[in-house]
Write a protein that binds this ligand. Structure first.
Ligand SMILES: NC(=O)c1ccc[n+]([C@@H]2O[C@H](COP(=O)([O-])OP(=O)(O)OC[C@H]3O[C@@H](n4cnc5c(N)ncnc54)[C@H](O)[C@@H]3O)[C@@H](O)[C@H]2O)c1
Length: 413
């Protein structure tokens, strides 16, 4: 009943989620390696609980297929969960999305009504001004295709937990039939379903991500203010701030805390995409522009802190490469930006360790010439000083290993 294009964090979670609810789900991806890993019942990335769910559903309710025609013909819903990376001027690049929409339209010519649902993050007005006109221009009439968006709010490292415990389902569409079918599809989840216009649906996702980014950039700027004034314990100050009952009891406080700047797949590209979209429509948002600027300047400031007054032949140890702990995702990770800055400053002797992300990092950033060592202890032993760039729990022990300088860029010690 459901076809999902794109089997990354969002697509695989969506596909397995619908399979778990009892629907028959086809999964389609263009990445041959990803498909072959999935067909073996393994995950192509690190994500708790999902491998068991994959094994339970593979071959009975969830099918990884290359046969787009059969999948789409058999489906009432087609979900698009493909990447929407940086495009020109920071805008969202929609080529993967349109390629998947094209494959759908080419696959079916019957008169059955199907709902095309974008789960990928797309700038406000994309459904109304780009996707819908495109589908109609290709002969996809309103009798055959309803168009909607359904933004995703999951957190990497918590994908399955966030699917099961979703706070709300947002359905953005002007098409009443599509809306009604989607409500029925999601009803078994038993969570609030909010039906809004297509542009509102898209905007809610950016509202969420730009607010998180703003809290992070605010915290980083405040940490820099405090450090410039001096005599202030930054970590203590933030922990005491969090004791306010208006912050307590949720995980939001973790975004109001300084660090290396936000990274990962979503916040950097989504803040830039909304800025580009707003500019294109004629408004220059000042807070958003500066949130991005603060984040863009953070790696250089961190690299300065790490370098201090060291000679260029100093050995610098890097602890942590993934963009956050419990994840092997290195897309737009602050560690890469900071290491690039250090190399630019002349520090060529860099040793690094991450419990899970070293292979991914080496694959993503082959231009960064650093040595990967098998343990945090090995990096500590080989370095003149070490910098913590990802807040892995195991790094809390580092100060007990000796008296080398530890630059705690995550304020975790
Ligand atoms: N990762 C997150 O935490 C998260 C959270 C919410 C929303 N999102 C949004 O969801 C979207 C997907 O993110 P992700 O992290 O899952 O990306 P991802 O890179 O992990 O997965 C995207 C997948 O789409 C596949 N793909 C590309 N073109 C295709 C095509 N034409 N047909 C079939 N498959 C195709 C790729 O091979 C890849 O496997 C993005 O728009 C992202 O902003 C991501």
């Amino acid at each position: 009943m459901v076809t999902v294009f794109g089997l990354g964090f969002v697509g695989l979670t969506t596909a397995l989620g619908f399979a778990h609810l009892g629907y028959k789900v086809y999964g389609i991806d263009v990445d041959a390696e990803r498909k072959s890993i999935l067909r073996k019942g393994q995950l192509p990335f690190m994500e708790p609980e999902m491998e068991d769910v994959l094994k339970d559903n593979l071959g009975n309710r969830f099918f990884v297929t290359d046969d787009v025609e059969t999948a789409v013909k058999d489906s009432d819903f087609v979900f698009y969960c493909v990447g929407t990376p940086y495009g020109r001027d920071g805008s969202a690049d929609l080529k993967y999305l349109f390629s998947a929409v094209d494959s759908t339209l080419q696959a079916v010519h019957d008169e059955k009504y199907r709902v095309l649902v974008t789960k990928s993050t797309i700038p406000p007005s994309t459904t109304a001004e780009k996707i819908l006109p495109y589908v109609r221009s290709k002969g996809g009439t309103s009798e055959r295709f309803g168009v909607a968006n359904n933004p995703e709010f999951l957190r990497e490292g918590h994908c399955w937990e966030d699917f099961l415990g979703a706070d709300r389902i947002v359905l953005g569409s002007e098409d009443k039939k599509a809306q009604a079918m989607l409500i029925a599809l999601y009803k078994p989840m038993g969570v609030p379903i909010k039906c809004v216009s297509s542009s509102t649906g898209e905007f809610i996702k950016y509202l969420s991500n730009t607010l998180l980014a703003t809290m992070i950039s605010y915290s980083n700027e405040m940490a820099q203010v405090a450090e410039t004034i001096g005599g202030i314990d930054v970590a203590d100050a933030f922990h005491i701030l969090h004791m306010d009952k208006r912050w307590n009891g949720g995980t939001m406080a973790s975004y109001v805390y300084p660090g290396c700047g936000y990274g990962g797949y979503c916040l950097p590209k989504d803040t830039n995409a909304l800025l580009a979209q707003s500019r294109e429509k004629g408004f220059e948002p000042q807070i958003l522009k500066n949130v991005i600027a603060i984040n863009d300047n953070r790696p250089a400031a961190m690299a300065q802190n790490i370098a201090g007054k060291s000679y260029h032949d100093a050995v610098i140890g890097i602890m942590g490469l993934s963009f956050k702990p419990e994840s092997d995702d290195v897309r737009d990770t602050p560690a890469a930006r900071i290491i690039r800055e250090l190399i630019k400053m002349g520090y060529k002797n860099i040793k690094a360790y991450d419990p899970v992300a070293m292979d991914e990092f080496a694959k993503y950033y082959p231009e960064l010439d650093i040595d990967f060592l098998p343990s945090a202890q090995a990096v500590y032993a080989a370095s003149d000083k070490v910098a913590i760039l990802t807040a892995w729990e195991e790094f809390r022990e580092i100060p007990q290993w000796g008296d080398k300088l530890v630059i705690d860029c995550r304020y975790m010690l």
